[in-house]
Design a protein around this ligand. Structure first.
Ligand code: ATP
Ligand code: MG
Length: 216
């Protein structure tokens, strides 16, 4: 049961470097409560994306603890990960298949209705239904604009109803109008979720700002 005063995401005295002799993060502490929306802020190379990699369990800290709901991030199984968190980055990774399959990633437990609803929420449904074969259209890279692919990324992440969204510079390549559409889509999707975002743009920063400073 989530809640109380226990943080949902916690980095406790975390020290990490990709190489043993070059520390990227030096004894850092971060706490994010359930349902909180925060932005990691810091200069290029400070280690913001590295923090996401630790949360995703791709790396283990050299010392300290990386905990999600009290569980060490690197011990969470892949199956639990898709339910627990969604990671969205600047580039969309298209899978060979239909528009629908971009969103379900071939997970049969996601219904057509779920797909349609998430596309309505993210503002993609009109563009998709205007295609001759709609959601069954086979994807090619030029099927959508960059902003629409970014919305599709969000739809893919959100359809699994993850508890935690990790958003790494997701509006960095977009114009102001599209950025607004993306942020609007996210607000619709993220209402009760915990969101940690990384953004250089002031307009895209939400909630409490957590500074990340490189101590190297
Ligand atoms: P930016 O704002 O530019 O995205 P960032 O804060 O996200 O920067 P990171 O990507 O976390 O920074 O990188 C922190 C440091 O770790 C950098 O010096 C980078 O070169 C190094 N680094 C990142 N990934 C690896 C890797 N896989 N192997 C070795 N070093 C890496
Ligand atoms: Mg980064």
């Amino acid at each position: 049961e989530a809640g109380g005063n226990k943080p949902f995401v916690e980095l406790r005295n975390v020290t990490f470097g990709y190489d043993e002799d070059r520390k990227i993060l030096n004894n850092i502490n971060i706490s994010v409560m359930h349902g909180e929306q925060v932005t990691l802020s810091g200069r290029t190379g400070a280690g913001k994306s590295t923090i996401f990699k630790l949360l995703l369990g791709l790396y283990k800290p050299q010392s300290g603890e990386v905990l999600i709901n009290g569980i060490h991030a690197d011990t969470i199984t892949d199956k639990d990960k898709r339910k627990l968190f969604a990671y969205v980055e600047q580039t969309f990774h298209m899978v060979a298949g239909t528009v629908k399959e971009q969103i379900t990633l071939f997970d049969d437990s996601i219904s057509d209705e779920d797909v349609k609803n998430i596309c309505i929420t993210t503002g993609l449904d009109d563009a998709i239904t205007s295609l001759e074969k709609g959601y069954d259209t086979i994807c090619t890279p030029d099927l959508f604009s960059q902003g629409q692919w970014q919305l599709l990324s969000i739809a893919r992440a959100a359809v699994a109803k993850p508890q935690l969204l990790l958003l790494d510079e997701i509006t960095a390549n977009l114009d102001t109008e599209t950025e607004k559409a993306v942020l609007n889509a996210l607000n619709n999707v993220c209402k009760d979720r915990t969101v940690i975002s990384i953004s250089h743009r002031v307009t895209a920063k939400t909630g409490r700002i957590i500074p990340v400073e490189s101590n190297v």
